[in-house]
Design a protein around this ligand. Structure first.
Ligand SMILES: [Mg+2]
Length: 377
Protein backbone atom coordinates (compact mmCIF):
# COMPACT_ATOMS: atom_id res chain seq x y z
CA UNK A 1 0.00 0.00 0.00
CA UNK A 2 1.24 3.45 -0.96
CA UNK A 3 -0.32 6.79 -0.10
CA UNK A 4 -1.44 8.87 -3.06
CA UNK A 5 -2.92 11.80 -1.19
CA UNK A 6 -4.25 12.91 2.15
CA UNK A 7 -7.09 15.24 2.98
CA UNK A 8 -6.95 17.10 6.26
CA UNK A 9 -10.26 18.50 7.52
CA UNK A 10 -11.17 20.57 10.52
CA UNK A 11 -14.75 19.87 11.58
CA UNK A 12 -17.21 21.27 14.12
CA UNK A 13 -19.99 19.18 15.60
CA UNK A 14 -22.60 20.15 18.16
CA UNK A 15 -22.63 17.91 21.23
CA UNK A 16 -26.01 16.62 22.38
CA UNK A 17 -25.34 18.16 25.79
CA UNK A 18 -22.29 19.93 27.27
CA UNK A 19 -19.84 17.51 28.89
CA UNK A 20 -18.32 18.89 32.10
CA UNK A 21 -15.11 17.65 33.75
CA UNK A 22 -12.65 19.31 36.11
CA UNK A 23 -11.20 20.99 32.94
CA UNK A 24 -14.40 22.75 31.93
CA UNK A 25 -17.35 22.26 29.57
CA UNK A 26 -17.35 21.10 25.95
CA UNK A 27 -20.35 22.14 23.89
CA UNK A 28 -19.03 22.42 20.37
CA UNK A 29 -16.77 19.54 19.45
CA UNK A 30 -13.97 20.58 17.13
CA UNK A 31 -11.80 17.91 15.55
CA UNK A 32 -9.24 17.23 12.85
CA UNK A 33 -9.95 14.33 10.53
CA UNK A 34 -7.33 12.66 8.32
CA UNK A 35 -8.42 10.90 5.13
CA UNK A 36 -5.86 8.77 3.31
CA UNK A 37 -6.28 7.65 -0.27
CA UNK A 38 -3.99 4.87 -1.45
CA UNK A 39 -2.50 4.40 -4.91
CA UNK A 40 -4.90 1.48 -5.39
CA UNK A 41 -7.88 3.72 -4.56
CA UNK A 42 -8.64 2.49 -1.03
CA UNK A 43 -9.66 5.08 1.57
CA UNK A 44 -8.92 5.22 5.30
CA UNK A 45 -9.88 7.66 8.04
CA UNK A 46 -8.24 8.67 11.30
CA UNK A 47 -9.79 10.96 13.91
CA UNK A 48 -7.55 13.25 15.91
CA UNK A 49 -8.72 13.49 19.54
CA UNK A 50 -6.92 16.75 20.32
CA UNK A 51 -9.40 19.29 21.67
CA UNK A 52 -9.74 22.99 20.86
CA UNK A 53 -7.77 24.01 23.95
CA UNK A 54 -4.69 22.50 25.64
CA UNK A 55 -6.53 21.20 28.71
CA UNK A 56 -6.55 17.40 28.62
CA UNK A 57 -3.16 17.44 26.91
CA UNK A 58 -0.86 20.10 25.49
CA UNK A 59 -2.04 19.32 21.95
CA UNK A 60 -4.84 21.26 20.27
CA UNK A 61 -6.62 21.01 16.93
CA UNK A 62 -4.36 23.81 15.64
CA UNK A 63 -1.10 22.16 16.74
CA UNK A 64 -2.25 18.82 15.31
CA UNK A 65 -3.00 20.44 11.96
CA UNK A 66 0.41 22.11 11.89
CA UNK A 67 2.34 18.98 12.88
CA UNK A 68 0.41 16.74 10.51
CA UNK A 69 0.77 19.01 7.50
CA UNK A 70 4.30 20.26 7.97
CA UNK A 71 6.08 17.37 9.69
CA UNK A 72 4.26 14.02 9.65
CA UNK A 73 2.85 13.85 6.13
CA UNK A 74 6.29 14.52 4.53
CA UNK A 75 7.64 11.48 6.40
CA UNK A 76 5.40 9.29 4.20
CA UNK A 77 7.23 10.37 1.04
CA UNK A 78 8.71 6.95 0.23
CA UNK A 79 6.60 4.91 2.62
CA UNK A 80 5.01 1.64 1.62
CA UNK A 81 3.20 -1.06 3.62
CA UNK A 82 3.27 -4.61 2.34
CA UNK A 83 2.29 -6.35 5.58
CA UNK A 84 0.84 -5.37 8.99
CA UNK A 85 4.44 -5.49 10.28
CA UNK A 86 5.10 -2.35 8.22
CA UNK A 87 2.23 -0.61 10.01
CA UNK A 88 3.78 -1.58 13.35
CA UNK A 89 6.95 0.24 12.28
CA UNK A 90 5.18 3.58 11.86
CA UNK A 91 6.17 4.89 15.33
CA UNK A 92 9.79 4.35 14.29
CA UNK A 93 9.24 6.46 11.18
CA UNK A 94 7.58 9.22 13.21
CA UNK A 95 10.07 9.21 16.08
CA UNK A 96 12.08 12.21 14.86
CA UNK A 97 9.01 14.25 15.89
CA UNK A 98 8.94 14.50 19.68
CA UNK A 99 5.56 14.35 21.37
CA UNK A 100 2.40 15.21 19.39
CA UNK A 101 0.96 11.76 20.00
CA UNK A 102 -2.57 12.76 18.99
CA UNK A 103 -1.43 14.11 15.62
CA UNK A 104 0.66 10.97 15.05
CA UNK A 105 -2.23 8.73 16.06
CA UNK A 106 -4.67 10.39 13.65
CA UNK A 107 -2.37 9.72 10.70
CA UNK A 108 -1.25 6.29 11.90
CA UNK A 109 -4.84 5.11 12.45
CA UNK A 110 -5.87 6.41 9.02
CA UNK A 111 -3.06 4.29 7.52
CA UNK A 112 -4.15 1.13 9.41
CA UNK A 113 -7.72 1.87 8.34
CA UNK A 114 -6.69 2.29 4.69
CA UNK A 115 -4.66 -0.93 4.87
CA UNK A 116 -7.73 -2.77 6.18
CA UNK A 117 -9.74 -1.36 3.27
CA UNK A 118 -7.12 -2.11 0.62
CA UNK A 119 -6.50 -5.69 1.79
CA UNK A 120 -10.18 -6.30 2.64
CA UNK A 121 -9.21 -7.41 6.15
CA UNK A 122 -11.33 -6.48 9.18
CA UNK A 123 -9.40 -3.95 11.24
CA UNK A 124 -9.90 -5.86 14.51
CA UNK A 125 -8.29 -8.90 12.88
CA UNK A 126 -5.30 -6.84 11.68
CA UNK A 127 -4.85 -5.67 15.26
CA UNK A 128 -5.15 -9.17 16.75
CA UNK A 129 -8.62 -8.89 18.27
CA UNK A 130 -10.28 -12.08 19.48
CA UNK A 131 -13.65 -10.96 20.82
CA UNK A 132 -16.90 -10.50 18.96
CA UNK A 133 -18.48 -8.08 21.44
CA UNK A 134 -17.27 -5.75 24.15
CA UNK A 135 -18.84 -4.52 27.39
CA UNK A 136 -19.39 -0.78 27.68
CA UNK A 137 -19.38 1.61 30.62
CA UNK A 138 -20.60 5.17 30.83
CA UNK A 139 -18.73 8.30 31.89
CA UNK A 140 -20.91 10.87 33.66
CA UNK A 141 -19.76 14.48 33.92
CA UNK A 142 -20.11 16.76 36.94
CA UNK A 143 -23.77 17.74 37.43
CA UNK A 144 -25.53 20.69 39.07
CA UNK A 145 -26.33 18.67 42.20
CA UNK A 146 -26.38 15.11 43.55
CA UNK A 147 -30.07 14.38 42.78
CA UNK A 148 -29.43 15.37 39.14
CA UNK A 149 -26.44 12.99 39.03
CA UNK A 150 -28.45 10.13 40.56
CA UNK A 151 -31.22 10.59 37.99
CA UNK A 152 -28.65 10.44 35.17
CA UNK A 153 -27.06 7.28 36.56
CA UNK A 154 -30.45 5.65 36.98
CA UNK A 155 -31.15 6.27 33.30
CA UNK A 156 -27.82 4.83 32.18
CA UNK A 157 -28.19 1.72 34.35
CA UNK A 158 -31.64 1.17 32.83
CA UNK A 159 -30.01 1.29 29.39
CA UNK A 160 -27.68 -1.54 30.42
CA UNK A 161 -24.29 0.18 30.82
CA UNK A 162 -21.86 -2.27 32.47
CA UNK A 163 -20.18 0.18 34.81
CA UNK A 164 -20.49 3.81 35.82
CA UNK A 165 -17.63 6.28 35.96
CA UNK A 166 -18.21 9.65 37.58
CA UNK A 167 -15.99 12.68 37.29
CA UNK A 168 -14.91 13.96 40.72
CA UNK A 169 -13.11 17.02 42.05
CA UNK A 170 -12.52 18.37 45.59
CA UNK A 171 -15.94 19.10 47.06
CA UNK A 172 -17.69 16.83 44.53
CA UNK A 173 -16.35 13.48 45.66
CA UNK A 174 -16.90 11.63 48.96
CA UNK A 175 -20.53 12.68 49.42
CA UNK A 176 -21.26 12.05 45.77
CA UNK A 177 -19.83 8.52 45.85
CA UNK A 178 -21.61 7.78 49.16
CA UNK A 179 -24.91 8.93 47.64
CA UNK A 180 -24.43 6.69 44.59
CA UNK A 181 -23.65 3.68 46.80
CA UNK A 182 -26.63 4.37 48.99
CA UNK A 183 -28.96 4.68 46.00
CA UNK A 184 -27.67 1.93 43.72
CA UNK A 185 -25.82 -0.49 46.04
CA UNK A 186 -22.84 -2.43 44.76
CA UNK A 187 -22.85 -1.39 41.08
CA UNK A 188 -19.48 -1.43 39.24
CA UNK A 189 -18.40 2.14 40.00
CA UNK A 190 -15.27 4.16 39.39
CA UNK A 191 -14.20 7.79 39.79
CA UNK A 192 -12.08 9.94 37.48
CA UNK A 193 -10.35 12.96 39.05
CA UNK A 194 -8.51 14.30 35.97
CA UNK A 195 -5.62 15.43 38.22
CA UNK A 196 -7.79 17.54 40.52
CA UNK A 197 -5.99 16.44 43.73
CA UNK A 198 -2.55 16.62 45.36
CA UNK A 199 -0.82 14.49 48.00
CA UNK A 200 -2.18 16.95 50.59
CA UNK A 201 -5.65 15.49 49.88
CA UNK A 202 -4.60 12.00 50.91
CA UNK A 203 -6.99 11.79 53.88
CA UNK A 204 -9.90 12.86 51.72
CA UNK A 205 -9.00 10.29 49.06
CA UNK A 206 -8.68 7.54 51.69
CA UNK A 207 -12.29 8.16 52.66
CA UNK A 208 -13.21 6.78 49.25
CA UNK A 209 -11.75 3.35 50.19
CA UNK A 210 -14.85 2.31 52.15
CA UNK A 211 -16.94 2.71 48.99
CA UNK A 212 -15.05 -0.08 47.17
CA UNK A 213 -14.55 1.73 43.89
CA UNK A 214 -13.16 -0.32 40.99
CA UNK A 215 -10.51 2.40 40.66
CA UNK A 216 -9.77 6.06 41.06
CA UNK A 217 -8.43 7.49 37.84
CA UNK A 218 -5.57 10.00 37.66
CA UNK A 219 -6.02 11.60 41.10
CA UNK A 220 -2.70 13.50 41.01
CA UNK A 221 -0.83 15.63 38.49
CA UNK A 222 -1.20 14.88 34.78
CA UNK A 223 2.55 14.43 34.39
CA UNK A 224 3.21 12.58 37.65
CA UNK A 225 4.13 8.99 38.37
CA UNK A 226 6.17 9.19 41.59
CA UNK A 227 3.53 10.80 43.85
CA UNK A 228 1.03 8.24 42.60
CA UNK A 229 3.37 5.52 43.97
CA UNK A 230 3.13 7.10 47.41
CA UNK A 231 -0.64 7.51 47.13
CA UNK A 232 -1.20 3.93 45.93
CA UNK A 233 0.75 2.64 48.96
CA UNK A 234 -1.77 4.38 51.22
CA UNK A 235 -4.95 3.63 49.29
CA UNK A 236 -6.80 0.33 49.04
CA UNK A 237 -8.62 1.57 45.95
CA UNK A 238 -6.62 0.73 42.81
CA UNK A 239 -5.20 3.75 41.05
CA UNK A 240 -5.73 3.93 37.29
CA UNK A 241 -3.39 6.14 35.28
CA UNK A 242 -4.64 8.02 32.24
CA UNK A 243 -2.92 11.36 31.47
CA UNK A 244 0.52 10.24 32.75
CA UNK A 245 0.93 7.40 30.26
CA UNK A 246 2.08 8.31 26.73
CA UNK A 247 3.78 5.10 25.65
CA UNK A 248 4.30 1.43 26.43
CA UNK A 249 7.57 2.43 28.13
CA UNK A 250 5.71 4.87 30.40
CA UNK A 251 3.34 2.04 31.34
CA UNK A 252 6.21 -0.34 32.11
CA UNK A 253 7.90 2.21 34.37
CA UNK A 254 4.69 3.14 36.21
CA UNK A 255 3.94 -0.56 36.79
CA UNK A 256 7.47 -1.33 37.99
CA UNK A 257 7.30 1.54 40.48
CA UNK A 258 3.83 0.55 41.73
CA UNK A 259 2.12 3.78 40.66
CA UNK A 260 -1.02 2.05 39.40
CA UNK A 261 -2.84 -1.26 39.10
CA UNK A 262 -4.93 -0.28 36.09
CA UNK A 263 -4.33 1.72 32.91
CA UNK A 264 -6.82 3.66 30.82
CA UNK A 265 -5.52 3.43 27.26
CA UNK A 266 -6.48 6.14 24.82
CA UNK A 267 -5.12 5.45 21.37
CA UNK A 268 -4.63 9.14 20.65
CA UNK A 269 -2.67 9.71 23.85
CA UNK A 270 -0.10 7.03 23.03
CA UNK A 271 0.39 7.85 19.33
CA UNK A 272 -1.70 5.21 17.59
CA UNK A 273 -2.50 1.53 17.23
CA UNK A 274 1.07 0.20 17.07
CA UNK A 275 2.02 1.72 20.43
CA UNK A 276 -1.35 0.63 21.85
CA UNK A 277 -0.56 -2.98 20.94
CA UNK A 278 2.77 -2.74 22.78
CA UNK A 279 1.11 -1.18 25.82
CA UNK A 280 -1.56 -3.89 25.76
CA UNK A 281 1.15 -6.55 25.93
CA UNK A 282 2.95 -4.80 28.82
CA UNK A 283 -0.29 -4.76 30.84
CA UNK A 284 -1.18 -8.36 29.99
CA UNK A 285 2.32 -9.61 30.90
CA UNK A 286 2.19 -7.81 34.26
CA UNK A 287 -1.39 -8.66 35.25
CA UNK A 288 -2.44 -5.00 35.07
CA UNK A 289 -6.06 -4.08 34.42
CA UNK A 290 -6.64 -2.38 31.06
CA UNK A 291 -9.52 -0.61 29.42
CA UNK A 292 -10.04 1.70 26.48
CA UNK A 293 -10.98 5.27 27.33
CA UNK A 294 -12.84 7.75 25.20
CA UNK A 295 -12.22 11.31 24.03
CA UNK A 296 -15.76 12.24 22.91
CA UNK A 297 -14.98 10.75 19.50
CA UNK A 298 -17.34 10.73 16.55
CA UNK A 299 -18.30 7.33 15.15
CA UNK A 300 -15.00 7.09 13.25
CA UNK A 301 -12.93 7.13 16.44
CA UNK A 302 -15.50 4.93 18.15
CA UNK A 303 -15.27 2.19 15.51
CA UNK A 304 -11.47 2.28 15.87
CA UNK A 305 -11.71 2.01 19.66
CA UNK A 306 -14.07 -0.95 19.34
CA UNK A 307 -11.68 -2.75 16.96
CA UNK A 308 -8.80 -2.32 19.42
CA UNK A 309 -10.88 -3.30 22.44
CA UNK A 310 -11.45 -6.70 20.81
CA UNK A 311 -7.95 -7.63 22.03
CA UNK A 312 -7.99 -10.05 24.99
CA UNK A 313 -6.00 -7.84 27.38
CA UNK A 314 -8.83 -5.29 27.65
CA UNK A 315 -10.28 -6.86 30.78
CA UNK A 316 -12.43 -3.99 32.10
CA UNK A 317 -15.42 -2.28 30.43
CA UNK A 318 -14.35 0.69 28.30
CA UNK A 319 -15.79 4.13 27.66
CA UNK A 320 -16.91 3.63 24.05
CA UNK A 321 -20.59 4.44 24.47
CA UNK A 322 -23.08 4.48 21.57
CA UNK A 323 -22.78 7.62 19.43
CA UNK A 324 -26.19 8.85 20.53
CA UNK A 325 -24.80 9.48 24.02
CA UNK A 326 -22.88 12.45 22.66
CA UNK A 327 -24.15 13.43 19.20
CA UNK A 328 -27.54 14.05 17.59
CA UNK A 329 -26.23 12.61 14.33
CA UNK A 330 -22.96 10.89 13.63
CA UNK A 331 -20.33 10.99 10.89
CA UNK A 332 -21.07 7.32 10.30
CA UNK A 333 -24.26 5.54 9.35
CA UNK A 334 -25.47 3.46 11.01
CA UNK A 335 -24.17 5.06 14.19
CA UNK A 336 -22.51 2.97 16.91
CA UNK A 337 -25.29 1.39 18.97
CA UNK A 338 -25.75 -1.49 21.43
CA UNK A 339 -25.92 -4.99 19.97
CA UNK A 340 -27.61 -5.90 23.28
CA UNK A 341 -27.94 -3.69 26.34
CA UNK A 342 -24.45 -2.72 27.55
CA UNK A 343 -22.53 -4.36 24.72
CA UNK A 344 -21.19 -3.35 21.31
CA UNK A 345 -20.56 -5.82 18.50
CA UNK A 346 -17.07 -5.99 16.99
CA UNK A 347 -18.04 -5.85 13.34
CA UNK A 348 -16.05 -7.28 10.45
CA UNK A 349 -15.46 -3.82 9.04
CA UNK A 350 -12.64 -3.48 6.50
CA UNK A 351 -11.99 0.18 7.30
CA UNK A 352 -14.59 2.73 8.35
CA UNK A 353 -14.94 4.50 4.95
CA UNK A 354 -17.88 2.34 3.93
CA UNK A 355 -19.79 3.74 6.92
CA UNK A 356 -18.82 7.42 6.59
CA UNK A 357 -21.60 9.85 5.67
CA UNK A 358 -19.77 12.18 3.30
CA UNK A 359 -22.68 14.62 3.17
CA UNK A 360 -22.47 15.18 6.92
CA UNK A 361 -18.69 15.31 6.83
CA UNK A 362 -18.85 18.07 4.21
CA UNK A 363 -21.50 19.94 6.21
CA UNK A 364 -19.37 19.81 9.37
CA UNK A 365 -16.14 20.79 7.61
CA UNK A 366 -14.84 24.32 8.20
CA UNK A 367 -11.40 24.01 6.59
CA UNK A 368 -9.88 21.35 4.37
CA UNK A 369 -6.63 20.87 2.52
CA UNK A 370 -5.41 18.17 0.18
CA UNK A 371 -1.75 17.27 0.70
CA UNK A 372 0.45 14.84 -1.19
CA UNK A 373 3.50 13.42 0.63
CA UNK A 374 5.63 14.05 -2.45
CA UNK A 375 4.65 17.72 -2.74
CA UNK A 376 4.70 18.96 0.84
CA UNK A 377 7.47 21.44 1.47
MG1 LIG B 1 -9.54 10.13 32.61
Amino acid sequence: MQVRKLTLRKLSAMMREPFETSFGREELKELVLVEVETAAGAVGFGECVAMTGPFYSSETTETAWHILRSYLVPLLRDWEALTPADLRQLPERFKSIRGHQMAKAALEMALWDAFAAETRTPLHRLLGGTRSEIPVGISVGIQADIPALLRKIEGYLAQGFQRVKVKIKPGWDVDVIAAIRSEFGDIPLMADANSAYSLGDIDRLRRLDEHRLMMIEQPLAYDDVIDHVQLQQQLQTPICLDESIHSAADARKAIELGACRIINLKVGRVGGFAESLKLHDVCRDNGIGLWCGGMLETGIGRLHNIALTALPGFNLPGDTAPSARYFEEDLIDPAVSFSRPGFLAVEDLCGVAERVRRDRMERWTRVSEVVKPTEVK
